[in-house]
Design a protein around this ligand. Structure first.
Ligand SMILES: NC(=O)c1ccc[n+]([C@@H]2O[C@H](COP(=O)([O-])OP(=O)(O)OC[C@H]3O[C@@H](n4cnc5c(N)ncnc54)[C@H](OP(=O)(O)O)[C@@H]3O)[C@@H](O)[C@H]2O)c1
Length: 349
């Protein structure tokens, strides 16, 4: 924690997986001082009790009913909590960054279709969707930020350059398969997430109807056929997007599209069939970091384009993305607190 921190921050839902990652990032951030982390189940326990990697953080969990005044409040709570408590959050903080899906979609109808409705639909116009590489211009000064979902982030980062370049126009068939790690289910998990049940799986988790499909289609303006598999990783989301362009594309077109979109981005790397072991994007290569890897390959004859995108769901897919968004919103150096480059080699992330 920096003595010269310019902004105070709190984490609501501090015992959870993304809450722990937020605390790790904010504690090491040069411009933030964490003054509160909340928990109902571990009130008065130290942060290290839930997150052993943070044992040196001198902070105890407090009740979410006693929110302190801060510059930025990060809500890392299950879907439905933020929309119910948004007034309390906004009373406590100038800037609210929500990691849940509560403010990501544009309309009440979408929440009726994909979730269980919305209790504060009038706020949907106010919230800014945060996938900073693509919504950077909307973030400065934003006070209600909806951090993009993990599987959606991986997919959108993979496909967006093709939309921008006119390679995808909305008429093409797009099939997306995302493989995800167990931490996506949160610290609570459930029967399917217990170690004996989850270990070793390649399980079709959401063959159709995954809620992130709504977010992806909203952001890209395209129909996608979307499937999610639960696989034997702890961290990571790996999107494979099968695309059948209407017109032939070349590798040169693709490099142009992806370099044009991400060439200057600090957190997106193009990994597309080079040498070495890691020739295409892999979650293992970005574990613990805020980096995304994006790459592609063409079928012989250039009929099918396969796009790959890999992130750490708890970093680029949530906590890292949320801190990145807060940096931009508050006018802090974009990369502040997010420059950790990862470890190699590591075990299964
Ligand atoms: N896990 C991921 O990879 C990921 C990625 C992107 C987005 N997200 C989203 O981020 C949010 C958090 O996910 P997570 O995986 O960190 O969940 P999690 O591990 O289950 O943690 C949830 C946290 O919220 C607290 N909480 C639960 N109900 C609450 C309530 N009514 N009021 C206040 N606090 C409450 C819990 O602690 P107490 O019960 O002790 O209060 C816990 O600290 C979710 O909306 C999730 O969809 C997660």
């Amino acid at each position: 924690m920096s003595d010269d921190a310019a902004y105070t921050a709190s984490v609501v839902g501090g015992t959870g997986f993304t809450g722990g990652e937020l605390l790790r990032l904010l504690a090491g951030h040069p411009e933030f001082e964490v003054v509160q982390a909340t928990s109902r189940s571990k009130e008065n326990k130290t942060v290290g009790h839930a997150h052993p990697n943070l044992r040196d953080l001198d902070l105890r969990f407090s009740s979410p009913e006693d929110l302190e005044s801060v510059d930025a409040l990060f809500a890392a709570t299950p879907h439905g909590v933020s929309m119910e408590q948004i007034d309390e959050f906004r009373d406590a903080a100038e800037t609210v960054v929500d990691l849940s899906a509560d403010f990501r979609l544009d309309t009440e109808d979408q929440y009726d279709e994909w979730y269980d409705g919305h209790s504060r639909p009038e706020l949907l116009d106010e919230s800014v969707y945060a996938l900073p590489e693509l919504t950077r211009d909307e973030l400065p000064g934003a006070d209600l930020i909806a951090s993009g979902g993990c599987n959606a982030t991986a997919t959108i980062l993979g496909l967006k350059p093709l939309v921008e370049e006119g390679i995808l126009t909305g008429d093409e068939q797009i099939v997306v398969d995302v493989k995800v790690g167990s931490s996506e289910g949160g610290a609570g998990g459930g029967e399917a997430s217990s170690h004996p049940e989850r270990s070793g799986v390649v399980r079709p988790y959401a063959p159709t109807g995954h809620r992130h499909e709504a977010e992806i289609e909203q952001f890209l303006g395209l129909d996608v056929s979307f499937t999610v598999h639960a696989v034997d990783m702890i961290r990571g989301a790996s999107a494979t997007c099968h695309v059948f362009p209407g017109e032939p594309v070349s590798k040169g077109d693709l490099w142009g599209a992806y370099r044009g979109e991400y060439g200057e981005e600090p957190f997106v790397e193009l990994v597309a069939g080079g040498g070495g072991v890691y020739r295409y994007p892999e979650p293992k290569a970005v574990a613990g970091t805020n980096r995304a890897e994006v790459g592609f390959e063409l079928d012989p004859g250039n009929r099918r384009l396969v796009v790959f995108s890999a992130i750490d769901n708890m970093m680029k897919g949530s906590a890292g993305q949320a801190v990145h968004a807060a940096n931009v919103a508050l006018g802090i150096e974009e990369t502040a607190g997010l420059e950790f480059g990862g470890l190699h080699p590591v075990g299964a992330p």
